[in-house]
Design a protein around this ligand. Structure first.
Ligand code: CO
Length: 237
């Protein structure tokens, strides 16, 4: 990238800051004192899914964590530390896991495409696919990818809810809920996957209800909740 491109970014930034300050004098001084966002966004790193822009939120209004394929791994200290800070210090009221259709990470996991080091990270999505393959395998390929995007969100909502951070927050009586949304690149719209978890007693029920919306081809009752019996079959690679 030639330097000119970066010079352009810096001059755009100066224009943006001046414009912002003129529309709302004291904006930056106020924000510099403290942030008090009500929302935390956990989304994909994809450049087409910018949290603030999509939701019309200003700087200071949403606390953001993004990675490839919006994953919250049980031992991902980066994600867990960010959630902990958001819940315990910023006291966010809503944590929203946001996936998106057309996610390259989900597609790679679905089709067994090798991308490199990220293959290891995407095992998390691959695990979701394996666990729910009876709800996926009978669908046409494009639909499989869309549904896996949704199921990945539902699983990650469960992972956030089962984290010690959320369990401890709920045990203290803190009001904070976890939601799952999916974003459409084609229409710019967010869809609520109706998997809101707001207290520990309902986590498994909400999860099970959300999954029931995705019918299995042959219902043999072997589906499992939260990986109590992971499918350890060879993958398709
Ligand atoms: Co993505």
């Amino acid at each position: 990238m030639p330097d000119h491109d970066l010079t352009e970014l810096l001059s755009r930034n100066r224009r943006w800051a001046a414009d912002r300050e003129s529309r709302e004098p004291g904006f930056f001084t106020r924000l510099a004192q403290q942030q008090s966002p009500r929302y935390m966004w956990i989304g994909c790193a994809d450049s087409r899914v910018p949290a603030n822009e999509i939701t019309g939120l200003d700087p200071g209004e949403v606390f953001v964590h993004r990675n490839v394929a919006n994953i919250v791994g049980h031992s991902d200290l980066n994600a867990l530390s960010t959630i902990q800070f958001a819940v315990e210090h910023l006291k966010v009221e809503h944590i929203i896991v946001v996936g998106h259709y057309g996610c390259a990470g989900v597609r790679a996991a679905m089709r067994g495409i090798r991308v490199g080091l990220a293959d290891n990270w995407l095992r998390h999505v691959h695990d979701v696919r394996l666990r729910h393959r009876k709800r996926l395998d009978h669908l046409p390929p494009d639909e499989q990818e869309d549904i896996l995007c949704e199921m990945n969100v539902i699983e990650q909502v469960g992972n956030v809810a089962l984290s010690t951070v959320m369990q401890d927050a709920w045990a203290r009586g803190q009001k904070v809920s976890v939601h799952g949304w999916v974003y459409g690149l084609r229409d710019g719209l967010l869809k609520d996957l109706q998997v809101t978890m707001d207290r520990p007693e309902t986590v498994v029920q909400v999860f099970a209800t959300a999954l029931k919306r995705y019918p299995r081809q042959a219902d043999d009752g072997t589906d499992t909740l939260f990986g109590s019996a992971l499918d350890l079959e060879p993958d398709s690679r």
